[in-house]
Design a protein around this ligand. Sequence first.
Ligand code: GP9
Ligand code: MN
Length: 609
Amino acid sequence: MKLFKKLSPILFAVIFIWIKTVIVSFIGFNLHPENWTDILFMLVSPIGSIMVILGIHIYFKRKVKPAAILVTMLILTGILFGDLLYYRFYTDFVTVPILFQFKNVGGIGPSTLELISPWDILLFADLVVFWLFYIKRKSVHEQITNKSRRLYAAVSVFFVLMTIILGMVKVPHLFSESYNRQQLVKHIGLYQYHLYDIGIAASYPLNRAFASASDAEASAEYVQSHEDKPSDYFGAAKGMNVVLISMESTQNFVINQKVNGQEITPFLNSLIKDSFYFSQVYDQTAQGKTSDSEFMIDTGLYPLSSGSAFVRKTENAYRSLPHILSDKDYYSAVFHGNEASFWNREAMYDSLGYNRYFSKADYLVTDENSVNYGIKDIPFFQQSIQHLEKLQNPFYARFITLTNHFPFLLEEEDQFIPEASTSEMVVNRYVTTVRYQDEAIKTFFQDLKASGLYENTMFVLYGDHYGISDKYEHGVLELLGQEDTIVNRMKLQSVPLIIHVPGVEGKTFSNIGGEIDIRATILHLLGISDEDNFSFGHNLFTRDPNHPVIFRDGSFIAKDYLYKAGKCFKSESEAETDINSCEPLMDISRKELGLSDNIVHGDLMRFME
Ligand code: GP9
Ligand code: MN
């Protein structure tokens, strides 16, 4: 009893931080507890690290200082609150690299206020009680004996070790799949996750230092053992210019979808009839959003699990599409109306081998022609034409649209369709900005035809990533009249991929694929063998449907099975099935993500010819 009294402020802090962490874990984070063991893990896993962190107040000093404890409580509560806000928008946990790219994190800025709930104030209630009880009342604190200090330390270490060991017994790949942050937080607890993440971030420089040519060979061997089958489309666009249009936040559900009797994407719908349309290509981006999609398309590598490769791995050697195409005398350029430094693009485009980046400074940007992130898509395309006409042929040019970005703002004069009428305002507005983007692309095509560039150009239009995040997805389900299931939500992550080669008959392909496959598909159409060009993608015309489309958290979609949130589903019936059915594909997913990460963290392309 005496021991408790002496440790009372620390124990108070431990108990209250623990209680609120557990409450947030169950209510604020969607950690998918499946059974009693999961619930037990979520209850017990935060205790160890909370005790260790708060224990700093007694390890070195004999006398407990309540004010210092209050500061630590405030820091831990701040981390909890920050994680909660980030999770509400991104359904993910904060990582160290993300802290260094906050200026590039679209979405959270304009909407932070919206993400805060009045109930959040309760997270800080215990701090007030602590202050009233231990600081204001100036309660007397006795010296802590060495014995009680040792006991406290032993109990904390016991909890930390027990959580780690039991976690690894339950999920043997817990740490090798550390990109599955939901799984990690569920089993080792939120604060321990952050400590682990800091350790990982600190060890990154070592990966490069210790990497060797033999590591590169291991990855090369794997990708070369998966050669693609030939198809009749090989070389169908040989020698043509390539125009890529990155359609901001465009999900596949808008294609051929009507709202109040009006099409959301009338132009794309008509274009599809004369194009290759891939209706089951999935968004594989992670925390780097648009930049991750660019990274995949140019390099054929998976994006990083935390942070953006554009921000973190600029110094690496790459064998990117611009490099490959420059061997065939292509000139490459990117067109984007935002600041050149956003997503560190200016620096990364150099590493990726681009000849020219047309950014905000190359456009006439005014208040009138801008909305949300910058210049609206219609003036963006209109002003781009003059630059495009001057480019050396053949060219590889990527256009990155901007208007259809969260929170999907648009003046009335630019609305070509009324807002939808679901219970989710974000989804209602989304329809109008997608429709605006569709109009912008239509005018771009018209202008290209007028300038004579259209005939000799292959067009690749793709949605860069989801637009409606998990938090607002119920509105999409409502719009589409779909049930709220894990499988339906997973299928909503499909983005449109439309490849238009003038003069070539169109066809719709419903085989599965991912953004990582776009590069191989482009090379295939240009008649360039992808053999020596390191990539995890496959051309979509002959892609093996049994090969999983792998997402950055380790989940996947394959022909027969689907894996998400620790559950295995049959693709056809969507019924949950034994996890063993997914096991062989989970191995492939681990292998590919692991090898790709080795390449990027070890900068292994520098060893490849
Ligand atoms: C900004 C644009 C949007 O330049 O690419 O970035 P996002 O938030 O979609 O990654
Ligand atoms: Mn984007």
